[in-house]
Every structure is written in C-alpha cells, then in structure tokens.
Design a binder for this molecule. Structure first.
Ligand code: AQP
Length: 331
C-alpha cells in the first residue's frame, strides 16, 4: 500500500503587509516544502480580526497576500491555497476544542501577553482564544508538520497538548503535529528596535515584500546598530548587527563566517547598504510577479475558490469524526 505523504498546514494573518520576517520565517520554507509534502497554505483572516482591522484593507490584503504567495513560488496546483473564513469548519472545530482547553494554558501564551499589552484598550475573548483557533486550523487537516517561526512554537505545543488530551479521552482522532522551525532566519528582528520581532502590524522597522528598492535601501541605511564598527555576530551585545547578518546570510546563502570575513574592516557604512542590496535583489522578481498577478482578479478568485473546496473536503471528514465522538447527533 502506498504511504500517505506527510501533510503540512501553515498560515499568515492578513493583519498588515507581508514582511521580510513573514518571508524568511515562513513563506520561503513553504516553497521548499511543496515538492515533498501535501501542503495547505492559508490566509488566516479569522485570526486577523482578533485585533481591529479596517474592512476594506482586510479584503484587499487577503487577495494581495494570495498573489504574493504565488509570486514567492507557491504553486496553487501543488498546494491547497485558501482563505480561512471560506471553510467554516475552522470556527466550528475551534469552538469544540475550546471546551478541551484550560483557561490556565491560554493565560500562559506569551503572544497573548504581548498582544494584550499592545492592544490594552481592546483585549477581546478572541485574542485570548486565538491559539485554540490555530489548533483547529492544524488538527482539522491532520497536519504532521507546521512550519513556523520561533515565536509560534508555543502555540504548536499547545495544539499537541489539546490533540493528545482529546485522543486520550475518545481514542485516536488527531495526528499530533510538530513545529518545523527553519535554522537560519527563524526570528527576524525590527530594524528600528533589534530587540523586538519584526511584525507586520507594527510597520516601523519593517521591510515589506512589496517595498520599492529605494524604500528598502533607505530603511536599511537607517537601521539601528551600535557605536562600534566591527561586523560581527553577537546576539547579546550587538543585536542590530547580528540581525542584519542573519538577513544578509538568509538573502545570499552565505554562512555567517563568510559574511563576517567579507565585511572585515569595512564598517557599517559599507555593510548596511550591502544588506539592503541583497534584499532588493531577493524581492525584485517577487514584487514584479505579484503586481502582474494582482492584475488578474479572475485567476486569483479561481485559486481561492478551488482552494476552499479542496480544503473543505478534508475538513468535513475530521469535523464529522470529532462530532460523532463527542456525542453530537448526526445530521
Ligand atoms: N520577524 C519574524 N521572523 C521570523 N518569522 C516570522 N514570522 C512572523 N514574523 C516573523 C512567521 O511568519 C508566520 C506568520 O505569522 P502570522 O502573521 O500568522 O503571525 P505573527 O507571527 O504574529 O506575525 P506578525 O508579522 O508579528 O503579525 P502581527 O503583527 O499581526 O502579529 C509565522 O510562521 C511566524 O512565525
């Protein structure tokens, strides 16, 4: 009998423009994985509304994000690419799983702590239960692997705990997923504050996938570093330069040792624009291809509609199984 290929689920919130962080921490790895795995790549709009979004912006970003996924090299024929709210089983399973998740577990999530500080005037129940919806996203498709940046590891671990608990009570239902964290570029920091993660909902210090070259260059030249001159990796004492080195290596494929050697004795005035140029060249074809795809609305619509249909075929199976096991009357 032929073995089932391992399945992957991952998604990005359309809560801002895709950044260098989203690209290095997520999309780039997705592209490499599509040959070997059965992949579902999602635009998680239900997650995005855990903080207030402008409706017109949200709608535009969902479609633009799909175009950018494709421009980055994700093939809609090889992968299931869809918008989360088009598959209602995500929200349905999230409700059920919420009844198998402890308040204490959710209170320990570092992203909730950070975001509730960031949005102190609007700490919603949705923000608190965000990790349960993420667990539903993953478990609905029986995903084996979840490629994420370091910051999302805790949520994948919680997903495993919820799955294990459910399986323990009702017999095997869910595959236990594992986080798949890239080695290099797993955590890209803000260019304004290298001690904070580059986040698309905090535009300061972000490089966006669609930024024109001159904007990228300007942002890199202004990047916060330190008052020394040596281009050396030292996360503790030189967080700004270490972040730029990480970005440079991820963009060029060079090792840290090669990069340090290349800029030995040259100072930041040479190094910072070189990092900018490496990113400009990395993003140029992606930006051009995204713009082209955005011009073809009918194509984009056919991709997300087909994606949702394919995703739903898988989702109904898992949800049906869960509903039967917990004792819901069959429809
Ligand atoms: N700076 C980053 N470095 C490495 N990886 C990152 N990711 C995000 N930022 C970085 C990874 O990209 C994926 C997208 O995550 P998401 O948009 O669903 O949620 P997030 O992690 O909360 O991303 P942002 O940009 O920080 O969004 P906002 O500002 O809305 O919270 C994930 O795999 C993430 O690890």
């Amino acid at each position: 009998m032929e073995e089932r290929r391992k399945r992957i689920f991952s998604g990005i919130q359309p809560s801002g423009e895709l950044t260098l962080g989203s690209y290095m921490g997520a999309i780039r790895n997705w592209v490499a994985l599509q040959e070997e795995y059965d992949c579902l790549y999602c635009i998680v709009d239900e997650h995005a509304i855990t903080v207030r979004q402008d409706p017109a912006q949200l709608r535009r970003r969902c479609v633009a994000q799909l175009a950018q996924y494709i421009a980055c090299g994700l093939d809609p024929e090889k992968n299931i690419m869809f918008i989360q709210s088009h598959v209602p089983q995500h929200a349905e399973l999230a409700w059920i799983l919420g009844c198998y998740t402890q308040f204490g577990e959710l209170s320990r999530m570092t992203q909730f702590k950070a975001k509730s500080q960031q949005h102190a005037d609007n700490i919603t129940a949705g923000l608190f239960t965000y990790p349960v919806l993420m667990a539903a996203d993953i478990l609905l498709y029986q995903a084996d692997l979840v490629p994420v940046g370091e910051d999302q590891r805790q949520h994948v671990e919680l997903t495993r705990d919820i799955a294990q608990r459910f399986n323990g009570v009702y017999s095997d239902t869910f595959v236990l997923p594992e986080a798949f964290i890239p080695k290099l570029g797993a955590r890209i920091m803000s260019l304004d504050d290298p001690t904070a993660k580059m986040s698309k909902s905090v535009p300061e210090g972000c490089i966006n996938l669609m930024d024109p070259p001159e904007v990228i260059m300007r942002k890199f030249k202004r990047a916060v570093t330190d008052c020394e001159t040596a281009v050396k990796y030292d996360r503790e004492n030189k967080p700004g330069i270490s972040n730029l080195l990480t970005i440079y290596c991820a963009a060029t494929g060079k090792t840290l040792a090669e990069a340090e050697a290349a800029f030995a004795g040259q100072g930041y005035g040479v190094f910072k624009p070189a990092v900018g140029e490496a990113v400009v060249e990395l993003f140029r074809p992606i930006r051009e291809e995204s713009e082209r795809i955005m011009g073809d609305k009918a194509y984009l619509e056919s991709v997300y509609k087909t994606g949702a249909q394919r995703a739903q075929q898988l989702a109904v199976r898992t949800l049906g199984k869960v509903q039967r096991k917990i004792g819901f009357v069959a429809r």
